[in-house]
Design a protein around this ligand. Structure first.
Ligand code: ATP
Ligand code: MG
Length: 486
């Protein structure tokens, strides 16, 4: 172990928010050891802006609670952690961890239970990469480096602690972390990792809960280097593990969306990570729509059904939370509305909660060479810049053109042949998801008129349609094994 001077690593307390200093100081004052560890230290040394700071201590979670009282909450059971609220921020305080006492590993060697407190040396050996295992004591101005991690930082090398095969077997998510950090930091993956990082190895990800994989996929999407990591996901065989039906091929649309996401993050704009899922799953969605249309199902219903199917298939890999699924389906549904809006609904549509995301999606499609958008991406783009008068003129011009092309059209969409209702109200983009409990479902069923389902050729998907009865996989906390953010 070498003790480095913090200032030599480019670290100073001035770079730290008061929240983390407050936590370190309170623990030290109470007689415990406390360090900043992980990504915060790594990123500061690299001159990057850390996402957050994690603390580690020899105090047990119960002792941390004693120090911080009501500001502290202990979370997790198999992997206990203390959450300390410092001002508006939340600091995760972990206790030094030793290897699990008994062999609580799965058949493939994955650690399943993990609440065994230990020493700093043991804690170090349990961390994933050398560069994530530097312990910074800001008040003493020192960094404890157990494995010459500082050299790996200088040489831009991502090195796993211990035997890479064992470390991947213990926690296959480390494979995703490898690609994430390599892309985010622009580091080289150490040769001993490359040697064993095979498509067979990625099969181990099948044992990871789809909930945890969803969380990891979000981290990949939002780290600011999505465009760099996508080809890596394909090259290392991770793509197939994460995305059930998306062919491993980066279309112009996907690439543009990735670049766009990265740019937004760079300039500090918010992003909705579900948006990228909407992009990834767009092609499978269209294919599934065609499938239903081919069966003679009316378009609106085909879309609803296709959306549910595609998301259900994806849930076998990453379980997208219900609110994000609704977002995705709404973005897709917006595509139809924006492509062929009823003139009297244009204004209302442009103020719809999902308009922005739907429009961004449409424009991205258009700019990626998708001519099925019929130029409507640019039309909406221009529309938003117009004054009220200009908007009115644009709408009536659109109306005239629409009427013209309708007269021309020989075959018309069933939905579109309905007389245009003189209302400006917009129907919900997607139907409410089914209630979760059986009792709620029953009471909704009673209050609803009987509806026909797809199989009987009706125009609605009934509450009892099999597609709506999908079961949610319960989150399996036994597999959450390491790392404050898990
Ligand atoms: P960032 O927060 O920038 O994504 P990070 O390195 O801080 O990166 P976290 O997931 O916040 O990543 O985890 C904090 C630290 O916990 C890591 O730096 C690492 O030391 C440890 N850690 C997290 N996950 C694992 C894991 N799966 N295996 C081993 N150690 C882990
Ligand atoms: Mg972190």
């Amino acid at each position: 172990m070498q003790t480095l001077r913090a200032s030599k690593c480019g670290l100073s307390t001035a770079q730290l928010p008061s929240s983390i200093l407050d936590v370190i100081d309170a623990l030290t004052k109470a007689g415990y050891e406390a360090y900043i560890v992980g990504g915060g230290v790594r990123d500061l040394i690299l001159g990057l802006n850390p996402k957050d700071f994690d603390a580690v201590t020899n105090a047990t979670p119960a002792q941390v609670k004693e120090v911080f009282g009501r500001r502290c909450r202990i979370i997790g059971r198999r992997f206990e952690l203390a959450h300390v609220y410092a001002g508006r921020e939340l600091i995760e305080v972990a206790t030094f961890r030793a290897p699990p006492k008994k062999a609580v590993t799965s058949a493939s060697g994955m650690i399943l239970r993990d609440n065994n407190w230990g020493t700093i040396e043991q804690d170090f050996a349990r961390r994933d990469f050398s560069i994530n295992a530097m312990y910074y004591q800001p008040r003493k101005g020192i960094v404890l480096d157990f494995c010459h991690a500082i050299d790996d930082i200088k040489n831009k090398t991502l090195r796993l602690l211990g035997d890479p095969t064992l470390r991947f077997e213990e926690d296959p998510v480390r494979m995703l972390r490898t690609l994430r950090f390599a892309a985010k930091l622009n580091f080289n993956i150490a040769p001993e990792i490359l040697e064993i990082f095979t498509p067979e190895m990625t099969q181990l990800l099948r044992d990871i809960s789809p909930h945890r994989l969803y969380d990891e996929s979000q981290k990949l999407f939002t780290m600011g280097h999505l465009n760099r990591v996508l080809p890596m996901l394909i090259d290392f065989g991770i793509w197939r593990q994460l995305f059930a039906d998306i062919s491993p091929d980066i279309s112009t649309f996907i690439e543009r969306a990735a670049i766009n996401t990265d740019q937004r993050i760079q300039i500090g704009k918010t992003i909705n990570p579900a948006f990228f899922y909407a992009v990834l799953l767009w092609k499978p969605f269209l294919e599934r729509c065609d499938f239903y249309l081919g069966k003679g199902i009316v378009p609106a219903e085909a879309r609803a059904q296709a959306g549910l199917d595609v998301l259900k298939r994806q849930a076998t890999r990453t379980i997208i939370p219900r609110f994000a699924e609704t977002f995705i389906r709404e973005v897709w549904e917006m595509q139809t509305r924006l492509l062929n809006p009823k003139p009297q609904q244009i204004q209302a549509l442009s103020t719809h909660a999902r308009f922005r995301a739907g429009f961004d999606f449409l424009l991205l499609r258009e700019k990626s060479g998708d001519d099925t958008t019929q130029g409507m991406g640019l039309w909406w783009d221009a529309y938003q810049q117009m004054s009220t008068d200009e908007k009115e003129r644009a709408i009536s011009q659109y109306n005239r053109q629409r009427a013209k092309s309708r007269r021309k059209a020989t075959t018309e969409d069933v939905v579109e042949t309905k007389p245009v209702a003189a209302v400006t109200e917009i129907e919900p983009l997607v139907n409410e998801p089914e209630p979760r409990s059986r009792r709620e479902r029953k009471s909704r069923a009673k209050s609803e008129k009987p509806v026909q389902n797809v199989a009987s050729g009706g125009s609605e998907i009934g509450y009892d349609h099999p597609i709506l009865k999908r079961k949610r996989v319960k989150r399996d906390l036994s597999q959450v094994i390491f790392g404050p953010t898990q």
